[in-house]
Design a protein around this ligand. Sequence first.
Ligand code: PEP
Ligand code: MN
Length: 336
Amino acid sequence: MIVFLDSHISQSNLDELIRFLKSHGIVYEEIQHQESHFLYLSAGISELQTEDIERFPGVDQVTNSVDEHPAVSSLKDSFSIKINNRVISKKHFFLIAGPCTIESEEQLDKIAISLKQSGINFLRGGTFKLRTSPYSFAGLGINGVEILANVATRHKMISITEVTEISQIEYVSSKIDILQVGTRNMLNYPLLQELGKINNPIILKRGMSSSIHEWLLAAEYIVKAGNPNVILCERGIRTFENYTRNTLDISAISAVKNLCNLPIIVDPSHSTGRADMIKSVSWAAIAGGADGLIVETHYDPTEAICDAPQHIDIDLLKQIVKPLPNLLKLWNKQQS
Ligand code: PEP
Ligand code: MN
């Protein structure tokens, strides 16, 4: 049962309601974020009728809902975040590009310059890399954070990098605009909870073997803890198919849009693992209603230390971006 409260409920009315719940042995949790304030009653409610709660002043609505991610479901379609004095909303297309891994300041700077010249404002670059093989290059760590922050500031771009441990969050969130949770950490609930305590937007990648429901529950951990700025990222799931690195679940875009108002972006790079498929898969994602793309891009893909076969060069990225305004116009027209 979910008890939605008036945004202006007085403390004394709330105390009275909570006294009632406690006296009936009802287990509840209070959730409050920018958009809403509600109590999630999880146990001790078998005898309870919605009317028993509705009579309390300051209670807006009581539902017998079985919604397991009420904080995510209660978010309105008004995703809007202020980054570096710029307001980013779902009306903007999140076009994110950059290398898999930051290798040096020169490398990232060179990539950033050409991205910026192509009108791209979001710069990605990994520095805490979770590699499948313990012998693979695992990134520059904290030095990479400095490099990304410097390069993004120099070119007035919005920076994105992955955090892999709770201990990184405080420092990285002070230097980098958007934090990413990788596919391997979607189920790392303590990490998600800590990311709920900051305000930076979080790109939450779908676990490679996770259902859409599990993915939204992971988002719930972040939103419930106080950070509504979650951007979901479909990056492909594991299937029997091995022509591609993973299988892009294109239907996840539509499913997510049916289930909540969080923005959803698509990662054509990790889903296909193949540079020759990035263009068509990106366009398919846009046609399917994605709110953005995150694409591994390099001035010379063959030089990338990590994930070289899936990097595209800047010229190909420009070809992908060119018809974007028309594709988006078409999509918006279909919706109205
Ligand atoms: C990445 O985007 O750098 C990355 C490692 O992606 P994923 O977690 O989806 O594999
Ligand atoms: Mn990569």
